[in-house]
Ligand binder design. Structure first.
Ligand SMILES: Cc1cc2nc3c(=O)[nH]c(=O)nc-3n(C[C@H](O)[C@H](O)[C@H](O)COP(=O)(O)OP(=O)(O)OC[C@H]3O[C@@H](n4cnc5c(N)ncnc54)[C@H](O)[C@@H]3O)c2cc1C
Ligand code: FES
Length: 385
């Protein structure tokens, strides 16, 4: 019989007596000690298995994947959040984030609305290969692009470009379908109106709900188009809103849209703290980013030595994380736009370029960490995963 050494600890008898008393009065909660953890795992699961229940065409280049959870309920989310899909395509294990376009009050499914990207790996795979009944693996809901009633104004001014409509669709659906006391102005830029996903639903909401205002903007409209055209300029915003006071601005779209619209908003006197934006991945043309060293060409190759791992050749013009996963070294990722820090790697030697706006924690920067999803090699590197 092994010696029960714990009985010899100071205070053992008092603890046992105390437990007896708690049990007697129904105050012993120790049998439920795992309950909070289980509850948190239900609300914030790391992984979900989802089944495609339907695929809804939206425009010639965009479709909505309706996803249900075969086992258990879907975790709740805030309108504007995304999930990351984890996939293996042609032997490459990768992930891509997609904003949930259905409303958060719709608890039976998540809608992901995907726009085809020319030569894009995942968007084309989702739109061409995935069929109803297929299973997909994802993260739980993530992201900080949502309306926070404590800090944000009651009036939301949303500027969407192309596929950047999706988080706003979720916010609009929540506000109009749940009758929330909030006002939304939506400026939605597309090349032509035929490219505008959800156009008819948005026109309907504009007619039906006094607190929603839909302002589609066609960049290159057909001739004699009577609506708003060109880019979403400060002048156009000013004309459509009475003023910019007591309003929070939300931007979601391609990098070029931020580069253009943020100075336009600042020109109207909108304070930077009133501008919130979701970044949709690494810059399309990193060489156009401010401070990119002109002497480095995108097709220049550098050697990356992974500590206790392989040595690989990677191009300067592709994010480190993407180059590594294409060669079989997968780094965990979620947002793939430099924000969530899931893909952090330590640079032991060498130099990388991080586009402006990359959110590396101060302590991470101090110890040489970078976010591989948006870090571009500028020299030979040694890294630790
Ligand atoms: C928070 C968040 C939410 C998002 N929500 C949505 C959404 O709701 N809907 C949506 O449609 N998208 C959304 N996106 C974008 C989405 O995650 C993907 O980035 C998008 O679908 C493109 O992925 P892809 O794999 O098709 O393209 P990728 O393969 O990643 O290619 C992207 C670009 O790189 C170029 N490229 C590809 N291969 C190479 C190569 N070898 N060398 C150089 N360039 C190359 C491609 O031509 C393309 O222009 C979101 C992004 C973020 C960060
Ligand atoms: S995956 Fe989020 S910071 Fe890189």
């Amino acid at each position: 019989m092994p010696r029960e050494i714990y009985k010899e600890f100071d205070g053992y008898d008092e603890i046992i007596r105390e437990r007896e008393v708690l049990r007697k009065y129904g105050l012993d909660f120790s049998p439920q000690k795992d309950a909070p953890e289980q509850y948190i795992a239900r609300l914030h699961p790391r992984r979900l298995t989802l089944r495609v229940s339907d695929i809804i065409p939206e425009t010639s280049s965009t479709g909505t994947l309706r996803l249900v959870r075969p086992e258990g309920a879907l975790p709740p989310f805030l309108a504007g959040q995304y999930i990351a899909l984890f996939l293996e395509i042609g032997g490459v294990r990768t992930a891509r984030p997609y904003s949930i376009s259905s409303g958060p009050h719709q608890t039976g499914y998540y809608d992901l609305t995907v726009r085809r990207v020319k030569n894009g790996l995942v968007s084309n795979y989702l739109l061409d290969e995935i069929k109803p009944g297929d299973l997909l693996e994802s993260s739980g809901p993530e992201g900080r692009f949502y309306h926070n009633p404590l800090f944000h104004d009651r009036t939301m001014v949303c500027l969407a470009g192309g596929s950047g409509i999706t988080p706003f669709m979720s916010m609009i659906r929540e506000v109009v379908e749940r009758g929330l006391d909030r006002e939304i102005f939506l400026f939605y830029g597309n090349r032509t109106l035929q490219d505008a996903a959800f156009h008819n639903q948005l026109l309907y909401c504009n007619e039906r709900f006094a607190n929603f205002h839909y302002l589609p903007v066609a960049e290159t409209p057909e001739r004699e188009y009577p609506g708003l055209s060109g880019l979403i300029t400060g002048e156009l915003i000013k004309k459509s809103l009475k003023d910019v006071e007591d309003k929070t601005f939300y931007l979601c779209g391609p990098q070029a849209m931020y580069d253009f619209c943020i100075p336009e908003l600042e020109g109207l006197g909108v304070a930077p703290r009133k501008i919130r934006r979701e970044i949709y991945g690494p810059p399309a043309q990193v060489t156009q980013a401010p401070n990119w060293p002109v002497e480095i060409k995108t097709d220049q190759f550098f050697t990356v030595k992974v500590k206790s791992g392989p040595e690989l050749e990677v191009p300067a013009g592709t994010p480190l994380g993407t180059s590594l996963e294409r060669q079989g070294v997968t780094i965990p990722s979620l947002c793939r736009s430099g924000e969530c820090s899931r893909c952090r790697v330590k640079i032991l030697s060498g130099k990388v370029f991080e586009p402006p706006g990359t959110l590396v924690r101060r302590s991470d920067r101090r110890y040489g960490y970078t976010h591989a999803c948006v870090a571009y090699p500028l020299s030979d590197l040694e890294i630790m995963l």
